[in-house]
Design a protein around this ligand. Structure first.
Ligand code: CU
Length: 471
């Protein structure tokens, strides 16, 4: 009797098992494979009505790659890239997730998707040894933008080595349509060598514990959104950024210089809950969706506004808009007048008196030039003229600068964009016109030519004047 009972229980379970299959078909969900996209690309909007069963397949792989110019790192990755690919599903979808760990991996890996409702966000269910695959399923209950990351011990090290990405759960009706969508993810790297030290770098646990990264970057490396990887748009485009912050430690003060976010979905939630935001805070292990319209042409710098991270540790990217200027929105520099605060009012000074204050000798030019360099040029070209790899070319020992004085004058007068090669390195960025007077241009270039191993010489007022009239 007992054994018979057991068998009937077994049969009952088998029947439930069989019945589950037709049940899923009966509720009419079609099955589709998720389209994954590598940053800065975003998977296409889901052009379907209703829900689906979505199959996501992802591979973990450990591989050597570029962290900065001349700096390599052995990244632990989802899908072979840092960040891992972005996924897009819809609220109510059933997701079947298959994680495979490449046979060459040295570590087991798993995945914790913040979009999962369930213990560990899938971590325990997906723990996978090298050369194995694991499958688990979840229902995407909550719409929003979510981080996913590896949660294998030591968790901080798996995240610190590059294992993270974004999954978007669209609300039932989808998101409002825009012209361009981009995927950005900020994270830190704790390398044994100091920032910029060449060669293959190891993970430094002590720096990670102290929360003192050598690199803070967007999309996995210094310069991943600069040069030929600058984000491209047109004037009038509505742009949407899906931004994640994987940490592992720092929060991000996400900002685009010269833009205001028209809409922010704070903390990656599903509500467009904020309007007209300058800087949005993205916690470690969090995300945000920001939207803005490209009103005017030109370059906008994408930064973590904890600003030394941007200009000294790598958290810097560019988005450029092409098109016609809109002078009603932004004029550029219209006027440069003398400002003399003495007596509390602006005065016009007689020309001969003004002339006296202008540097005449080369020595005076060097002094004035140094001051102008510090207040105008240094922000981009750095204090010793060393520049920033991928972003701002060096002025120190610059073969480009030393080869042609008149060309340098023209660049400082008019600005410069388009590809150039300086000391063997390619740059393709934008230097704005700076609105300096002829005298200031002469002084600052005289200073630059006589600094940091450049060839020396002098730039005169007449030389600047002839370049200004020469166009
Ligand atoms: Cu891992």
């Amino acid at each position: 009797m007992k054994s018979q009972n057991k068998r009937s229980v077994g049969i009952a379970i088998a029947l439930v098992g069989i019945m589950l299959v037709p049940a899923t078909i009966a509720c009419g969900k079609k099955t589709e494979k998720a389209v994954l996209a590598h940053a800065p690309n975003v998977p296409p909007q889901l052009n379907r009505s209703g829900n689906a069963k979505v199959i996501i397949e992802l591979e973990t792989k450990e591989l050597k790659g570029r962290l900065a110019d001349g700096v390599e790192y052995t990244f632990w990755t989802f899908g072979g890239t840092v960040p891992g690919p972005m996924m897009r599903v819809r609220e109510g979808d059933d997701v079947e997730f298959k994680l495979s760990n490449h046979p060459t991996s040295k570590m087991p890996h798993n995945i914790d998707l913040h979009a999962v409702t369930g213990p560990g966000g899938g971590a325990a269910a997906s723990l996978t040894s090298p050369g194995h695959s694991s499958t688990f399923s979840f229902k995407a209950l909550n719409p929003g933008l979510f981080i996913y990351h590896c949660a294998t011990a030591p968790v901080g090290m798996h995240i610190g080595n590059g294992m993270y990405g974004l999954i978007l759960v669209e609300p039932k009706g989808g998101l409002p349509s825009v012209d361009k969508e981009f995927y950005l993810l900020q994270s830190e790297f704790y390398t044994s060598g100091k920032n910029g030290q060449a060669g293959l770098q190891a993970f430094d646990m002590n720096k990670a514990l102290d929360e003192k990264p050598e690199y803070v970057v967007f999309n996995g490396s210094v310069g991943a959104l600069i040069g030929d990887k600058t984000l491209k748009t047109k004037v009038g485009d509505k742009v949407r950024f899906f931004v994640g912050n994987a940490g592992p430690n720092l929060v991000s003060s996400f900002h685009v210089i010269g833009e205001i976010f028209d809409n922010v979905y704070s903390e990656g939630g599903s509500e467009r809950n904020q309007k007209n935001v300058q800087t949005t805070l993205i916690p470690a292990g969090g995300a945000a969706i920001v939207e803005f319209k490209m009103e005017v042409p030109g370059s906008h710098v994408i930064v973590d506004h904890s600003i030394f991270r941007a200009f000294n540790k790598g958290a810097l990217g560019l988005i450029v808009a092409e098109g016609e200027p809109n002078l009603a929105v932004y004029s550029g520099k219209q006027l440069d007048t003398v400002y003399l605060p003495e007596g509390g009012a602006t005065q016009t000074i007689p020309a001969d008196q003004a002339q006296k204050q202008m540097p005449k000798t080369k020595e005076e030019r060097l002094v004035a030039g140094k001051r102008i360099f510090a207040s105008v040029c240094q922000a981009c070209h750095m204090s010793e003229g060393q520049g920033v790899p991928q972003a701002f070319p060096p002025l120190a020992q610059s073969d480009f600068l030393n080869a042609d004085k008149n060309r340098a004058i023209k660049i400082v007068l008019d600005g410069k964009s388009g590809p150039i090669t300086v000391n063997g390195k390619k740059f393709d960025s934008v230097m704005p016109a700076l609105g300096l007077s002829d005298d200031d241009v002469a002084s600052v270039l005289t200073f630059v030519l006589n600094s940091w191993g450049n060839k020396g010489g002098e730039v005169t007022l007449a030389e600047v004047a002839s370049q200004r009239s020469g166009h």
